[in-house]
Design a protein around this ligand. Structure first.
Ligand code: PLP
Length: 373
């Protein structure tokens, strides 16, 4: 099996499995229980919170564990609309469904106006248009992703944060695809919300967090027993939280090495695709302004192009047709459509991790050549 779908999810790091295995077997107390096993689980969670906060330049009190990135994004959007006097939301057409569909609900159920910032032809945010929208629409919340999950475009976080601050707008950054890959110090930036998902950096699924700026107070999205300082009720997923913290720590520690390894794999794949697959078009930015672990290419229409993903799958190569939700489904990508790409042919996203090898790249190209010939 060649797993080239790491933007959808990643394989657990073995040391994350060890940490989680120990928690599941030995530290199973309810963190809200006052007895020894409960206190023991509480220590694990607070230790995880401290580790995560330290990597982000934040205080532990700014980290709220959630069940996933989607929950963190929903909490931030609906909380900001409910309690921060937000009148306008500025977002982009290439956000993840967790944002796009939440904004649909905001539009239907509140008087808040939603504005979409223009994209440049290469998929990057048109910063001049963002500036115009900010100037025209006071009391705004800006919801943008740091790294796009389909075409890998990277937002200039610093420039965006300072632009929003200059217009007194709140800023929610979807850092699901970038955390653990790039150094991000939220303590130094006027970012009000950031969303994270552990399964994108070799941590477990069902575990994420929301970062909140210290001056921000929003209501919870999930009500109940008052866990996570009443911001996210529900008995904590101790093993998931411990796994997230271990995976995040490891990704930060290994960041430079992983970046070098993965960039070499990505660049080799890109070169070989260019050499052996005539007519392909690259949809992602292969420069420093694009995620280094991802390639998105459109194969020209042919007798096999419609079945390309299935044929790759049959040969043991896991890739994706776009975002994870559409994985395997043969349908047009809203992201490629938003940046005006021709929808003819078949777009395939190959995304890599530290567990991939150059040998896998060569094998994948051999398989692709066989399918296309
Ligand atoms: N945001 C982006 C950019 C993503 O790629 C994803 C997942 O694919 C999410 C949000 C949602 O994260 P989760 O799967 O943890 O809900």
């Amino acid at each position: 099996m060649i797993y080239f779908d790491n933007a959808a999810t990643t394989q657990l790091d073995p040391s994350v499995v060890d940490v989680m295995d120990d928690v599941l077997r030995n530290h199973y107390g309810n963190p809200s229980s006052v007895h020894a096993l409960g206190r023991d689980a509480r220590v694990i969670i607070e230790d995880a919170r401290r580790k995560v906060a330290a990597q982000l330049g934040a205080k532990p009190s700014q980290i709220f564990f959630t069940s996933c990135g989607t929950e963190a994004l929903n909490t931030a959007i609906f909380g900001a609309v409910q309690s921060l006097g937000v009148q306008h939301i500025i977002s982009s057409p290439i956000e993840h469904h967790a944002v796009i569909h939440s904004l649909d609900v905001v539009k239907k159920t509140t008087s808040v106006k939603v504005h979409m910032v223009r994209l440049l032809a290469d998929g990057h945010i048109d910063m001049l248009h963002l500036q115009e929208l900010l100037a025209e629409n006071p009391q705004a919340l800006v919801c943008l992703m740091h790294a796009n999950n389909e075409i890998g475009t990277l937002l200039n976080l610093e420039e965006t944060a300072h632009l929003c601050a200059a217009h007194k707008a709140y800023l929610l950054i979807d850092t699901v695809q970038s955390l653990g890959k790039y150094p991000i110090n939220l303590g130094h930036l006027p970012v009000h919300f950031a969303a994270c998902s552990s399964h994108k950096f070799h941590g477990p699924k069902g575990s994420g967090f929301l970062y909140l700026h210290p001056e921000i107070k929003i209501p919870p999205f999930i009500h109940g027993g008052g866990q996570e300082r009443s911001m996210r009720s529900g008995t904590e997923n101790t093993a998931g939280i411990a796994g997230l913290a271990r995976a995040f720590d490891l990704s930060c520690l290994q960041m430079d090495q992983n970046r070098r390894t993965i960039t070499e794999i990505r660049d080799t794949m890109a070169e070989l695709l260019k050499a052996h697959c005539p007519g392909i078009v690259f949809n992602n930015d292969l420069t420093e302004r694009g995620l280094y672990n991802l390639i998105n290419v459109t194969f020209p229409e042919s007798a096999v192009s419609d079945m390309l993903l299935q044929r790759l799958d049959m040969e043991g190569v896991c890739a994706s047709g776009g975002s994870a939700c559409a994985s395997g489904a043969v349908k047009g990508s809203a992201v490629l459509q938003a940046i005006g790409r021709d929808q003819a042919g078949t777009a395939v996203r190959f995304s890599f991790s530290k567990f991939n090898t150059l040998a896998e790249v060569h094998e994948c190209i051999r398989i692709l050549k066989g399918i296309l010939s």
